[in-house]
Design a protein around this ligand. Structure first.
Ligand SMILES: [Zn+2]
Length: 508
């Protein structure tokens, strides 16, 4: 049907050909993150039968986002006209919601080519059969999914950490291609010993900006402490933090491989909850926790991308408003990650397993068994690609401050922002209509309201029929099944989620 490389390749081509130069990083000094939603449509069975062995599948990018930044809580606004979170994953998801509104409008106005067909209740729509959506990101999402065990002394930020072949890293990335050379032999001996950290480097896998780098500066790489063998014979010497990581290593199928350290995330634990130990090496982080994104000095209220993916995997990615019109939530069937530090098992833990135990979700909601795949293709403007493109490798690289949104919609599909507003916005301009992103809360609310207004009362779903709703908050609250699912999810799994207070949602 499709492969991870096909999906990544499609997204990279779309980035290169459909996105403008404006908003892209200056490859001499900047990098960014890319995320996208790819629609996969298989031919109806009747046609497939005529093409036995050649199942027709079309793949199309329908939403894309780039970006690395997030605003601090002091810059949030009660008017809904700023983008709080401009990580690529969130920009792509909001761009996808814009696409979904357009598709609902096509369906409701009886036009050809919509992805939706009428549901069984009045005013409700369902995805046509054979249509699924894949979420792509060029890098492992920040937060829990980025806390990946490192299993060898010389870290290569590009390597794949996978159950299939944990020995592959030293073969591929040791930089020594003589299989019987003395260096290789020494390495093998070291790997078998308990004291192998002297050449260890710490690499920050997480992509996100300033605070990540500050942690890197505080942290003394290559600490010289003993890391206990992952075999349990010496487990009495392992501290809680190490045990947690080592347990994780066992779960990840890395038994026998030595866990040297973990990749770091710049995302911080939610205030008032359990915090990271911040001890050197494998004890730095606790795993499985909810985290907020780093900001520039100022704490943010935006949850990490790992946490958001976990939430979308239960509530869908359409949000509360669009749930009024949908019979079922829109789930991603797969997540594909570009070439970067990655662990299939850690991704599963972060995105699926933290919520897997929950019960009593309202009808239509479930914990999606989303497929996780990694591509071997690297994003050309990723931090690693830009870094290796510099001959001396020492250039000071910074994350690109702009975010690009693209949606498959006929009018103004592109939107370039920085600091949460249209790029080029001056202080004086803030608050004016022209400075708003097309995917900020209030703009998405307005296209949703236009969709509602285009329908006659008798064609509206019950939750909106003859209702006097005004504010964004009221419309969201009125999506009762969505709110019920969110309540269940919070009470059983994501209790520490940082919610926006009501006063940030009462605009019209
Ligand atoms: Zn992120």
């Amino acid at each position: 049907m499709w492969s991870a490389d096909e999906v990544a390749g499609l997204c990279y081509t779309h980035y290169s050909t459909k996105l403008p130069k404006q908003g892209k990083p200056d490859p001499n000094r900047e990098w960014t993150l890319l995320a996208a939603v790819v629609k996969v449509e298989s031919a109806p069975e009747r046609e497939a039968c005529l093409n036995v062995g050649n199942l027709q599948v079309t793949k199309e990018v329908v939403a894309m986002g780039t970006g690395t930044k997030c605003i601090g809580h002091t810059r949030m606004r009660k008017t809904g006209d700023i983008l709080n979170d401009s990580h690529a994953e969130v920009i792509a998801k909001r761009s996808f919601q814009r696409y979904l509104v357009h598709q609902l409008w096509l369906a409701a106005s009886h036009q050809q080519g919509s992805i939706f067909s009428p549901g069984t209740e009045i005013g409700k729509w369902k995805l046509k059969p054979h249509i699924t959506f894949i979420f792509f990101c060029s890098h492992t999402p920040c937060g829990d999914a980025s806390i990946i065990p490192m299993t060898k002394p010389e870290d290569q930020p590009c390597e794949l950490v996978s159950r299939k072949d944990p020995t592959r890293h030293s073969a591929d990335c040791s930089g020594n291609h003589d299989p019987v050379g003395p260096e290789n032999k020494r390495k093998t001996e070291e790997t078998a010993s308990d004291y192998v950290t002297k050449r260890m480097k710490t690499v920050i896998s997480d992509s996100t900006c300033e605070v990540t780098e500050r942690i890197a500066a505080q942290y003394v790489p290559g600490n010289q402490q003993n890391i206990q063998d992952t075999n349990t014979s010496r487990s009495e010497f392992i501290t809680d933090g190490q045990r947690e990581i080592l347990t994780c290593a066992k779960e990840t199928g890395l038994i026998g491989a030595k866990v040297m350290d973990v990749y770091r995330t710049g995302a911080k634990c939610v205030l008032g909850e359990r915090d990271d130990a911040r001890r050197p090496g494998v004890e730095y982080h606790h795993v499985g926790l909810l985290r907020v994104k780093p900001g520039r000095g100022d704490r943010t209220c935006s949850m990490s991308c790992s946490d958001k993916l976990a939430r979308w995997n239960v509530l869908g990615c359409q949000g509360a408003l669009l749930m009024h019109f949908l019979q079922h939530p829109v789930y991603f069937s797969a997540v594909v990650v570009g070439k970067c530090p990655y662990s299939q098992e850690v991704m599963r833990r972060a995105v699926i397993e933290r919520c897997q135990h929950i019960s009593f979700l309202p009808d239509g909601f479930h914990v999606q068994e989303v497929k996780m795949l990694q591509s071997n293709l690297q994003f050309k403007h990723s931090r690693h690609a830009i870094q290796t493109g510099h001959a001396n490798g020492k250039a000071k690289l910074v994350p690109c401050g702009a975010a690009i949104s693209w949606s498959a919609v006929p009018e103004q599909p592109l939107d370039v922002t920085s600091n949460g507003f249209k790029q080029g916005t001056t202080k004086k301009g803030i608050g004016s209509h022209q400075t708003r992103s097309r995917i900020c809360k209030v703009e998405l609310f307005h296209v949703f309201q236009r969709l509602v207004a285009s329908m006659s009362q008798e064609n509206l779903p019950e939750s909106l029929r003859e209702k006097k709703l005004e504010t964004y908050w009221e419309y969201k609250e009125a999506a009762a099944n969505y709110q019920e699912a969110w309540k269940v999810l919070r009470s059983q799994a994501l209790g520490a989620w940082v919610k926006n207070t009501k006063d940030y949602l009462q605009f019209t």
